[in-house]
Design a protein around this ligand. Structure first.
Ligand SMILES: Cc1cc2nc3c(=O)[nH]c(=O)nc-3n(C[C@H](O)[C@H](O)[C@H](O)COP(=O)(O)OP(=O)(O)OC[C@H]3O[C@@H](n4cnc5c(N)ncnc54)[C@H](O)[C@@H]3O)c2cc1C
Length: 512
């Protein structure tokens, strides 16, 4: 292994969008040293995404961040699926955050960047990466910044550099998928005839119109055109946008004074693997899709909540064998599912009259709570569950709910226990074997603070004897009270070894 001095940073994060910024914080709280390289000197003032879904909010709560996101932001219980008239009801979710939060992307990015900086992560704005390469011991990037060009060396590179990812191309990772058939033309505009503007999504015989007020002055308006494409590399003009409005809606609503014009298609692609040696991909660099259902940012944030602690474990010298590879295996499926549901929504949005009957049938189904909840779980990410190895238990691989824990001298909550991205080992049945296995495991650990062990009672889970929750909030092991002492000891011992490791390096020197 090369000397620590050979590295400028542990992790070189290429791209400081929402996903790169959250990764930076995740690495830092797990005692790794990242740097963020972002080519834009300033954050873009235009928000692509509007909001955050339940699983993102639950995760932010597990880092003590949800209140700063909720502060002053509106939330709503409903969402749309394919613009159907029956709304998706997020209040049906089994979640402490069973709603969607209105947090425009610029705001989300600002809050995540502030957090990274509070933790002391260097964020280098105006620094563009032009080349990425790796060898057996590390990875390097060539950067051009305001003061010239330079090269940085790190143990790992993570590409959070968006859909056209240079990192992905440099790593030779393919990006297969489906090409664009629908063209969305989007404008943040003033509508002279705002009283005539519809609200939300409207399907017409010629396409779809999306229209929502952004503030007192501006509306976000988008047309979804299933026929007339657009040549790659061309800009959208106001004239083309108002033509499209007239064609699809029959009226241009007096649209003018655009502050942002943009266009995109429904092309949906996914990286064939999220890791190539010392190079990783996350966020749009790993998957892109049509933004129906508002899922892209949320999906990317979940990628790095999965990756951050695993990468830090490797850097800190305690990662069990194969831990880093579980990033790819765990995160491929959620993206595949999001791509699939956006394609399904596009099919349902098709203006072809034949689709109308299908929409009506779907709408009828959506009035059933079970169906509506299924769709809400899909869009919000609450349905994500990892296929983890271990003795089968109903909670294994699921996201642990907000448990309230009564200890001998305090009331704790599970989200709070995870604020520092440690594991939480909860002994909920006063089972001595849980403490014994923990002591036995902890005694051999260089940094036993990796796992927080709490003996408590939990009224929400009367059946549960114990549970091991990973730093990202997912259950790595659980046993019920009717399990034998031998089953508990064996299951917990192997879960701790598989996820929390059996070695450690407390003396790992910090880089600077
Ligand atoms: C119109 C629209 C509406 C959307 N609405 C929603 C929504 O409501 N909810 C939702 O969850 N998602 C939504 N999305 C998707 C969402 O915007 C993306 O999924 C999200 O931006 C992905 O974040 P990211 O950090 O992975 O990538 P990006 O936001 O693309 O960030 C990548 C960053 O990398 C930087 N970069 C790129 N190359 C380099 C380089 N070589 N060197 C240095 N820096 C580099 C870029 O400047 C950029 O800042 C929407 C998308 C669109 C287009």
């Amino acid at each position: 292994m090369p000397n620590t001095k050979d590295f400028d940073f542990d992790v070189l994060i290429v791209g400081g969008g929402p996903v790169g910024m959250l990764l930076a914080s995740e690495l830092r709280i797990s005692r790794a040293e990242p740097v963020v390289l972002e080519r834009l000197a300033e954050r873009t003032p235009h928000s692509k995404a509007f909001g955050l879904h339940a699983r993102s909010l639950e995760s932010l709560d597990r880092r003590g961040l949800v209140e700063r996101f909720r502060d002053g932001a509106r939330s709503w219980n409903n969402g749309h699926f394919a613009g159907l008239d029956v709304w998706v009801d997020f209040s049906l979710l089994d979640s402490a955050h069973n709603y969607a939060l209105l947090s425009e992307q610029t705001r989300t990015e600002r809050l995540l960047e502030e957090r990274a900086q509070e933790l002391g992560v260097p964020v280098r704005r105006g620094h563009e990466v032009s080349a990425v390469r790796q060898d057996a011991d590390g990875a390097e990037v060539d950067v051009t910044g305001p003061e010239g060009s330079y090269t940085l060396r790190g143990r790992y590179v993570v590409g959070t550099d968006g859909g056209r990812s240079l990192v992905r191309r440099s790593a030779g990772i393919g990006f297969p998928g489906t090409g664009g058939r629908v063209t969305a033309r989007l404008a943040d505009v003033v509508l002279a005839d705002r009283e005539k503007a519809p609200m939300g999504m409207e399907r017409t015989e010629r396409g779809l119109l999306f229209c929502v007020p952004l503030d007192e002055k501006y509306h976000r308006v988008a047309t979804f055109d299933f026929q007339k494409g657009k040549e790659a590399g061309t800009e959208l003009t106001l004239e083309e946008f108002t033509d499209s409005l007239r064609e699809i809606w029959g009226d241009d609503l007096g649209a003018g004074e655009p502050r942002w014009l943009s266009w995109f298609t429904d092309s949906a692609c996914q990286a064939e693997r999220y890791r190539e040696g010392r190079i990783f991909l996350a966020g749009d660099a790993a998957h892109t899709h049509f933004p129906v259902g508002g899922q892209g940012v949320n999906l990317g944030l979940q990628d790095v909540l999965n990756l951050g602690w695993k990468l830090a474990a490797e850097i800190n010298g305690w990662a069990p064998q194969g831990l880093l590879d579980t990033y790819d295996t765990e995160r491929q499926a959620p993206a595949r599912n999001v791509l699939a549901n956006t394609r399904a929504q596009i099919a349902l949005m098709n203006p072809d009259p034949y689709v109308t009957q299908l929409r009506e049938l779907f709408q009828e189904l959506m009035t059933k709570d079970q169906v509506n909840r299924h769709i809400a779980e899909m869009l919000s990410g609450v349905g994500v569950r990892y296929d983890l190895q271990g003795p089968g238990h109903r909670l294994l691989g699921d996201f642990a709910r907000d448990l309230t824990l009564e200890t001998a001298d305090a009331t704790l909550t599970l989200p709070k226990l995870l604020h520092r991205a440690t594991f939480a080992l909860l002994d909920l049945g006063g089972r001595p074997e849980i403490s014994e296995v923990y002591q036995e495991w902890g005694a051999g650990q260089a940094w036993a603070g990796r796992v927080r062990h709490v003996v408590a009672e939990c009224a929400q889970e009367p059946e549960l004897a114990g549970v091991l929750v990973r730093p990202d909030g997912y259950v790595a092991w659980a046993a019920d009270k009717d399990a034998s002492p031998a089953e508990i000891a064996k299951g917990l011992r192997s879960a701790l070894a598989a996820w929390a490791g059996t070695t450690g390096d407390p003396a790992r020197p910090v880089l600077r």
